[in-house]
Design a protein around this ligand. Structure first.
Ligand code: COA
Ligand code: AMP
Length: 635
């Protein structure tokens, strides 16, 4: 017997035009589309070609026009500044319209890029929506990235304007943002015409006369700007994410498919309705923040929470329960690492008992593999469904999940449950053939991908083809490996490239290696992600020094750690490196990363038959032991 999930999934695959065309009726269009799915330029599929809409209108004005203007659209909850402030839909619409007026007065128009480098403050959302209102393309850069990473993004996006703030707050430390911004602009070859800066009282920034504008002063003079109709296929934003090299990929999101897909997921996946309170405890700099702090909850008419704090330390491991009970959160979405942090500080969930969590119905987790311990702890302490779902920056919403708004399936530990509607997932082997049920292989999705997924990379169609479509013709390569069991449950096991997931943040070990290799004393290096009880994975580095280097290892190691912090940012969590005489390699010269990783993670390993010099692995084991990694178990 079919259930609503099976029916929706099979319709979405058999008749994507009919399925998504019906879903799209729920959104506001200035002009209806000519085609739902446009496959005239395969493999570049486009959705809703010919249609015109405005993303900001769908998120804000529509609700005001339909009588929801007095409901809270956004609650800014900031334990680090002791602030709780609600914005109704009407208030947020007015703020956004006014900031759109500021941008327009500075010459920003449809198609122009605006980089947003901000902490978790309401102005970040206002700036994003204001861009959408004008049809400008925003590119938000996470605050934990250092100046060179910001510079790379500025060079690629070429923004007319950058919007930033004087500082962020990390628990109780003030992190000045403006020097990082100034440094990045100095490094970048593409210079913005203006910077608009929110001056926060904890640390005011020095302004550059002639270039920098104060947010409040500009707002005071601005006239509100109306929504500008854009094509469904016009870009809404660019979000840079780690690729396999130091050059990040500019994932593009279009306007039409994005509104349609995200609004649909709010009910189908998260089972929330207009008026419900929805909280994604992430950061606006990540895709989860884009999709589920900023856009989707407001498309649906929910109240979204913007939380400037941490799961622990602001002030304690009861922080999430306080927010949930104070604001009546129905659905929370965060990364497993947040729950590991809470569990570590309050293993018996004592702090939970102090709060009324009766309105809290479901916990969704994503961003990294959900370990069974954390799953069970959350299930047992909360007594509500805990749902793992799998997605990527590229996809903008879940590839697989338990779509509880359609049908709730029993949870299987280690599985993200079933492919979301629109996703035709398959598992292929290296010969590009389907594997047998339950066998591990490359997780790929048959084209076309559903609306809301990346149509291409910014100014880089070729890179898009190369990264995602070339290896398995006719399919999108997720670069995750996994399997699908006999009941159709999807299990995501690991990445197939050198991407690692640190506290739910996506990082490239290749990018870190490029930095280490730049150190004047380093001859060779390798960076690997190893298991970490809190962050899931952390990077560790191995370096081989050039012959004749006489400086102390400690000094050099300190320098390489600092280099990664300065060039990528603190978010890389690169704190451990060690010097080795040589790196274990195959006879053809490939570093034996898999084996080193197994040794570090204390998993059983075998001496590879192709190894060039077996002693090198013993040396690696010893080096790992000296930096506190587990004893190796040779099988
Ligand atoms: N601006 C500036 N610096 C930032 C930052 C920001 N927005 N976000 C993080 N950092 C810094 C941190 O202060 C830390 O610096 P440090 O090395 O000087 O201590 C570093 O980047 C690493 O941050 P993080 O990996 O977050 O580790 P943490 O030890 O500070 O916190 C957790 C650990 C688990 C509490 C934290 O990662 C967390 O809250 N995770 C929740 C899940 C999440 O947000 N996932 C995102 C995708 S859904
Ligand atoms: P990001 O682009 O930062 O969202 O990271 C995407 C990557 O995170 C995916 O390719 C996976 O490797 C990993 N990931 C995200 N969600 C899950 C999940 N639920 N289970 C396992 N891995 C996940």
């Amino acid at each position: 017997m079919t259930n609503p999930y099976d029916a929706a999934h099979s319709q979405s695959i058999k008749d994507p035009d009919g399925f998504w065309g019906r879903v799209a009726e729920d959104c506001h269009w200035y002009k209806k589309w000519d085609k739902v799915l446009d496959d005239s330029r395969k493999p570049f599929y486009r959705w809703f070609t010919g249609g015109e809409l405005n993303t900001c209108y769908n998120a804000l004005d529509l609700h005001v026009d339909k009588g929801r203007g007095g409901q809270a659209a956004l609650i800014y909850d900031s334990p680090v500044t002791q602030t709780v402030k609600a914005f109704t839909y009407a208030e947020l619409r007015d703020e956004v319209a006014r900031f759109a007026g500021v941008l327009s007065a500075q010459g920003v128009a449809k198609g122009d890029r605006v980089v947003i480098y901000m902490p978790m403050i309401p102005e970040a959302l206002v700036a994003m929506f204001a861009c959408a209102r004008l049809g400008a393309v925003h590119s938000v850069v996470f605050g934990g990235f250092a100046a060179p990473e910001l510079a790379v993004r500025i060079n690629d996006a070429k923004p007319k304007i950058i919007v930033s703030a004087s500082c962020g707050i990390e628990i109780n430390r003030v992190i000045p943002y403006k020097p990082l911004l100034d440094g990045a602009i100095e490094m970048a070859s593409s210079k913005p015409e203006r910077c608009i800066i929110v001056q926060r009282p904890m640390q005011r920034a020095e302004m550059k006369p002639g270039r920098d504008l104060d947010w409040n002063e500009a707002m005071a003079k601005a006239k509100p700007h109306d929504c500008v109709p854009v094509k469904a296929t016009d870009p809404l934003y660019i979000l840079y994410t780690s690729g396999t090299t130091g050059i990040p990929k500019g994932v593009v999101r279009d306007n039409g498919g994005h509104v349609v897909a995200l609004k649909y997921t709010m009910k189908a996946i998260y089972n929330v309705d207009a008026g419900d309170v929805y909280w994604a405890a992430s950061d606006v700099g990540w895709v989860v923040g884009h999709s589920y702090i900023v856009y989707a909850p407001l498309f649906k008419g929910c109240t979204s929470i913007l939380y400037e704090g941490k799961p622990v330390g602001t002030p304690d491991a009861g922080a999430f329960w306080r927010v949930i009970s104070q604001h009546g959160v129905k659905c929370l979405f965060t990364a497993p690492t947040a729950f590991r942090a809470i569990k570590r500080e309050d293993p018996r969930a004592e702090l939970m008992k102090e709060y009324d969590l009766s309105r809290f119905k479901t916990l969704f987790l994503a961003g990294e593999r959900l370990d069974p311990d954390t799953l069970r702890w959350a299930q047992q302490s909360l007594g509500i469904p805990v749902i793992d779902h799998w997605w990527q920056t590229e996809t903008g919403s879940a590839i697989a999940g338990n779509c509880i708004g359609l049908h709730q399936f029993p949870v299987k530990e280690g599985s993200a449950t079933k492919p979301a509607p629109g996703w035709n997932l398959q598992v292929l082997n290296s010969e590009k053939q389907p594997v047998r049920t339950g066998e591990i292989g490359a997780l790929v999705a048959k084209l076309p991908l559903p609306p809301g997924t990346l149509p291409t990379l910014w100014n880089n169609d070729e890179g898009f083809l190369k990264s995602y479509l070339e290896e398995f013709p006719g399919y999108y390569k997720t670069a995750d490996a996994g399997f699908i069991d006999k009941d159709g449950y999807v299990f995501v096991m690991s990445r197939t490239d050198d991407i690692i997931n640190v506290a739910g943040h996506r990082l490239s070990t290749g990018a870190m290696e490029e930095i280490l290799a730049d150190h004047r004393d380093v001859a060779e290096c390798a960076v690997l992600g190893v298991d970490d009880a809190l962050k899931g994975q952390v990077p560790i580095g191995f370096i081989v020094l050039k012959a004749g280097v006489t400086r102390s290892n400690e000094e050099i190691l300190k320098e390489v750690v600092q280099m990664v912090r300065d060039r990528i940012g603190p978010v890389a969590s690169f704190k451990t490196a060690t010097v080795v005489k040589r790196l274990p390699k195959t006879r053809s010269g490939k570093i034996l990363r898999g084996t080193i990783q197994k040794i570090a993670d204390n998993k059983e390993w075998k001496m590879p038959a192709t190894i060039d010099d077996p002693v090198s692995l013993d040396e690696i084991s010893q080096a790992l032991n000296t930096i506190g990694y587990a004893q190796a178990r040779k099988g």
